[in-house]
Structure formats: C-alpha cells, structure tokens
Design a protein around this ligand. Structure first.
Ligand SMILES: Cc1cc2nc3c(=O)[nH]c(=O)nc-3n(C[C@H](O)[C@H](O)[C@H](O)COP(=O)(O)OP(=O)(O)OC[C@H]3O[C@@H](n4cnc5c(N)ncnc54)[C@H](O)[C@@H]3O)c2cc1C
Length: 394
C-alpha cells in the first residue's frame, strides 16, 4: 500500500531563511509560482510524463503569471529581478524539469536573444506574443555531431540577393516541433550569427524525437534546413560570433542552477514525508540514524546551493557576475540534484521505482539537466580555465 505523494503540501526548503532577504515582490512571485505548481502542475504532470507530452494546458496560466521573459524589460515582459527569475525556475522544477525547461527556453534562449540581438521590428513582432504565450519559441544550437563544442557547427547560412539560405540540421531542440519561431545559429562568412526562422518557412522541417527515458514532459526535436530561404529581416542584426549563443546559455544556466535546487528540494520533502510515515523495524524510517544522516546531507547541500545561487543572482543584478560564476552554480546544482534524487529513491525502497511517486521521474529528469547547457565536464573545464588561465578543452 503506497503513501500518497506530498507535493501539494510542500512549504519549500529554506533552512537559513534566505526568503527573508527577498524583496516583497520576489516573495510574492515565489509564493504564487509555488501555489501554481502545487495546484496545477503536480496533479497532472505524472500523467503527461508517462504520455511523453508537454502539458500545453499550462501555457496560458504561466503567461498570465508573467513567467515568460520575466526579467526582461518592456514588450509585455514583467521586468522582475534575476532573483525572481531564479525563484520561478526553482519552484517550477519542484514540479518537473520539463515545465522549467519550457520557461527557460522561452525566456533565456528565445526572448533574451531577440531582446538583446534583435532589431526593433523583431522585438515588436515577437516579444509581446512570446510573453503572452501566444507564440512558442525554440533555440537551435546543438547539432547531431556537435553538442559540447558548438563552435564546430556545420549548419551554414549563405547570403542571397533577397536574404539568406540555410542548410544543415539541429538536434535535441526543446520545443522544436511545437515552436512558431526558431532562434537558429548558423555559420556564415562573417562568423556565427543568429536567425529567426518561422514555422512553415519552405525548406524548414522539424521532427519530434521519441523514446526518451528522461524529460518526457518536454518536447525534444530535430530541425532540418534544406535550402531554406529567409529574408534579410530574419537575421538577428546584433548577433556575432559564438559569444552570442553563449550569452543566452549563461542566462539559461543561471535559471537551471536554481531549478536543480527545486528538484532536490522536492526529493527531500517527499522522502522526508515518506520516511516519517513508513515503519521499518518497528519505528519510522526517519527515526533511524542512518536515514537521518541522509537527510542531514541533503539539507546541507540544498542550503549551500541556495546560498550560492542567491549570491550569484545579486551579483548579476549588480552587473558583477560572469559565465564562470554561473558555471559553478550549474555544476553544483546538478550534482546536488542528481545525488538528492538518488538518495531519495533509496529511502523509498521498492516504492522509489514506481511512477506513483515523483522520485523516479525526478531521477530520470536530472540526467537531461545534468547533460544539457554544458555537461559537468564542460563546466569543470570552464572553472579550470578560470582558475589556471589554461584552456584544456582541445
Ligand atoms: C532533453 C534535452 C534537451 C536539449 N535541449 C536543447 C535545446 O533546446 N537547444 C540546443 O541547442 N541543445 C539542446 N540540448 C543539447 C545539449 O545541450 C547537448 O546534449 C549537450 O551540450 C551535450 O552535447 P552532446 O550530447 O553532443 O554530448 P558530447 O558533446 O558528445 O559529449 C559526450 C561526452 O564527452 C564529454 N566531453 C565533451 N567535451 C569534452 C572535453 N573537452 N574534455 C572532456 N570531456 C568532454 C562530455 O562531458 C560528455 O560526457 C538538449 C539535450 C537534451 C538531452
């Protein structure tokens, strides 16, 4: 007989009362996203996950809450702080990594590059619709042969009389086949540049990737460009070089770092509730010393990552954080989440492998999160370069 999942009763994990340092608006955003996850996400996410589909019914509600492009200014965006963006990601990933991924992509990988590298016309055309959830975007950087080293990409864009011709393929693209607009990175004679390719453009096709054992409540797709002709107005005019897509990744990785804490906190809270009720050798699991050590370790690691994330958020708000700080947070957050999911599963015994509980879903999801937006190895190398001054990538 199972013990019901407790997600809907979640109060969040905040051992150091970091919440007291958030502004009133940040606290309000955290609480409203937490309530949204408890009331709207948790009741449906297990089924969506098993059905291998993103729950599109959540999109209008997330838009109404201002979750798309939350930290951007103007064009229908909420203009909230980076800390608020982090809190949004943390709360959403307590529900599911796929839901947080949707918001990360829409915000940091689609709206951010249009906001940063787009023309005024592109901003006017896309940002209000993306903020309102009336349009969905995707970000095409990874290719079948190049993931960790996107600078070697094969996809090419050549100038034509009327604009550009794209040829190539992208793979592992979140929201690819449901997107109205794709931010596509391609090699040109002037270096790597970004393009906005609209759904239905001749020569542009997408295909949903099926059979994932992780991040199933998220659409992952391949994009194909076969003599795909776009106008000059498709080019993101201020994009130039690999640093343009990398700046988008930095923004997304920051949110992912917060998201991983949400995943770990969900596993911690669920396991704690379970361990308080399930009896082994005549007393609750939670009353055994060996199990208490696991909870102490989980809480310690969650708390350290929360403090790290908050410090980086505040540095970002002051314009003082850079990509290496964010690599540290993404690396540590993923390590935390991976371990917390594994330990929580252990505490659940056999029930830990069942879909009836959220732990196995989080444990599978974290493998995608650990891999995308720079693997653990890549963030270690970024830190190694920052520490030693030597690049060890090649
Ligand atoms: C579910 C999901 C969604 C995704 N969504 C998107 C998306 O929306 N847009 C997008 O563009 N991409 C997306 N990706 C792609 C993701 O960013 C890549 O999978 C990731 O960058 C790793 O690339 P790869 O899978 O090709 O692994 P590889 O680059 O082939 O790496 C394989 C192994 O080699 C290691 N390695 C790589 N370089 C080095 C080195 N220099 N030294 C030592 N070891 C090294 C890696 O750490 C890894 O362990 C997504 C991936 C997944 C799984």
């Amino acid at each position: 007989m199972g013990i019901p999942a407790t997600g809907s009763r979640s109060r969040g994990v905040d051992f150091l009362d970091l919440g007291a340092t958030y502004s009133e608006e940040e606290q309000m955003i955290r609480d409203s996203v937490r309530a949204f996850v408890n009331d709207k996400v948790l009741p449906i996410i297990g089924e969506a996950y098993q059905e291998d589909r993103f729950p599109m019914e959540l999109v209008p509600q997330m838009a109404e809450m201002g979750l798309f492009g939350s930290y951007l200014e103007g064009y229908g965006c909420a203009g909230a702080s980076r800390t608020a963006y982090g809190l949004i990601c943390q709360e959403l990933e307590r529900g599911d990594s796929g839901v947080r991924s949707f918001v990360s992509v829409q915000t940091s990988l689609v709206m951010f590059p249009i906001h940063t590298y787009g023309s005024e016309e592109q901003k006017q055309k896309w940002l209000p619709r993306l903020a309102a959830g009336e349009a969905i975007g995707c970000f095409g950087l990874t290719e079948p042969d190049y993931g960790s080293d996107p600078g070697r990409m094969i996809t090419r864009a050549e100038r034509t009389d009327a604009g550009w011709r794209l040829n190539g393929a992208k793979m592992w693209i979140t929201n690819g086949s449901i997107a109205d607009v794709a931010v596509v990175w391609a090699r040109t004679d002037e270096g790597i540049r970004g393009f906005l390719v609209e759904k239905g453009t001749p020569g542009y096709q997408t295909r949903k990737q099926t059979g994932k054992a992780s991040l199933r409540a998220s659409v992952t797709s391949e994009l194909y460009f076969d003599d795909c002709e776009v106008g000059e107005d498709a080019l993101l005019p201020k994009s130039g070089g690999l640093k343009s897509p990398l700046s988008c990744l930095s923004s997304a990785r920051f949110g992912i770092a917060w998201g991983t804490v949400g995943l770990a906190a969900a596993c911690y809270e669920e396991a704690l509730a379970y361990a308080g009720e399930r009896m082994v050798f005549g007393k609750p699991i939670a009353a055994h010393q060996l199990q208490q050590a696991k909870f102490a370790d989980m809480l310690a690691e969650i708390t350290k990552c929360q403090a790290l994330n908050l410090r980086i958020a505040r540095l970002l708000e002051e314009g003082k954080a850079d990509f290496a700080h964010i690599s540290l947070a993404k690396r540590e957050g993923c390590r935390l989440a991976r371990k917390a999911a594994m330990v929580a599963r252990e505490i659940y015994g056999a029930n830990g492998i069942m879909h009836e509980y959220p732990i196995a879903r989080h444990m599978a999801n974290v493998e995608s999160v650990y891999t995308y937006e720079g693997t653990d190895d890549i963030h270690t190398l970024i830190l190694g370069q920052r520490i030693t001054g030597h690049s060890a990538f090649e």
